[in-house]
Design a protein around this ligand. Structure first.
Ligand code: EAX
Length: 328
């Protein structure tokens, strides 16, 4: 080959190389799934995250939202993130302990006293240590979001004490800790994915369910449940998760944008949870729900003592104490 040809071949290779390289301003659209409506705390969080990501990346990364279980239930979305069919997920911790077992400790009833306590723990070193465990289970956890304190609804009777719950069939999340706690109360816990829940309540497959005020509102459960008890029996964290298939291909700077954007999303989510918790009960009353406000929460907590002993065995009393006494 003459010198002239070598030169030509080299120029051609350079041109081809330039063509296969993505231009610097290429956009990457990512799919984000969640279980609730766009107006919910998850929707508000997703939008805040998308806006912050677009700003930080100068439009390089965009987020396409798939609300209302469009990508499946929470367990399916987490699986999707593991295998790369879903890029981003906002999910409650409900099914997450099945993937990252240490996270289950956060689902223990009456573990967190109030929102401030939960935020301090999750935003501090305990929360960070849990987020750091996700990569070894094939997931990236960008931030702790929020679902809120859960309250019991049912279609049978007003509930004030643990005795009132006896014999009821209550849908729980697919979460061993929640199921065990409800079983202790004499309830028949029925684990079920969230997308099936409205129909199950409507058809009487289950008598009740439990969720934060924002979820009860967003999912229109007042249409199919008459009684709401402000049991606040467990704090329900949420997580903003990402597929390692996307994450591993990002530069450190880009990864930083995602973390920062997720933090903005989580903050917006928490603000909306708080707003719903404050205004939502009145809305649910106006939608016809009968609300028991003076729930005997101490009696519920006392009734759960045997399972607390089991959880101490399973998770370590020292780990539970570290959460309960955090910041004190
Ligand atoms: O994440 O499954 C549930 O009850 C969750 O709280 C709901 O999907 C919101």
């Amino acid at each position: 080959m003459s010198f002239h040809h070598v030169l030509k071949a080299g120029a051609l290779a350079a041109v081809l190389g330039a063509l296969t390289l993505a231009p610097a301003n290429a956009q990457t659209a990512l799919k984000l799934g969640y279980s609730l409506a766009p107006t919910s705390h998850y929707g508000v969080g997703a939008t805040a995250m998308a806006e912050e990501l677009a700003r930080l990346s100068d439009g390089r990364f965009t987020i396409e939202q798939f609300p209302a279980n469009a990508l499946g239930g929470e367990r399916e979305m987490v699986e999707g993130a593991q295998i790369g069919t879903v890029d981003l997920v906002i999910t409650s911790t409900g099914p997450v302990g099945n993937f990252v077992p240490s996270v289950l400790i956060t689902d223990i009833p009456f573990l967190f006293r109030d929102y401030e306590h939960a935020h301090a723990v999750l935003d501090g070193e305990i929360g960070q240590a849990l987020l750091d465990e996700f990569p070894q289970h094939g997931l990236i956890a960008l931030a702790w979001g929020e679902n809120g304190f859960r309250n019991l609804t049912n279609g049978v009777r007003p509930i004030r004490t643990p005795e009132d719950t006896r014999g009821l069939k209550v849908r729980t999340m697919e979460n061993q800790v929640h199921m065990r706690a409800f079983q202790e109360l004499g309830v028949l816990p029925t684990p079920m994915a969230f997308p099936e829940l409205f129909t199950a309540l409507q058809q009487g497959t289950v008598d009740g369910q439990e969720n934060p005020i924002g979820v009860i509102l967003s999912a229109n459960f007042a249409q199919v449940q008459q009684h709401l008890s402000l049991t606040q029996h467990v704090y329900s964290p949420a997580l903003i998760l990402m597929s390692p298939m996307i994450w591993d291909g990002l530069s450190e700077e880009e990864q930083g944008w995602f973390r920062e954007a997720a933090a903005a999303g989580a903050a917006a989510m928490r603000a909306k949870v708080r707003e719903d918790a404050e205004n939502g009960v009145a809305q649910l009353k106006s939608q016809g729900m009968q609300v028991v406000e003076d729930v005997d929460r101490a009696a519920f907590e006392a009734a759960l003592q045997p399972v607390f002993a089991e959880f101490a065995q399973r998770f370590g009393q020292d780990k539970i104490d570290a959460i309960v006494n955090y910041g004190q």
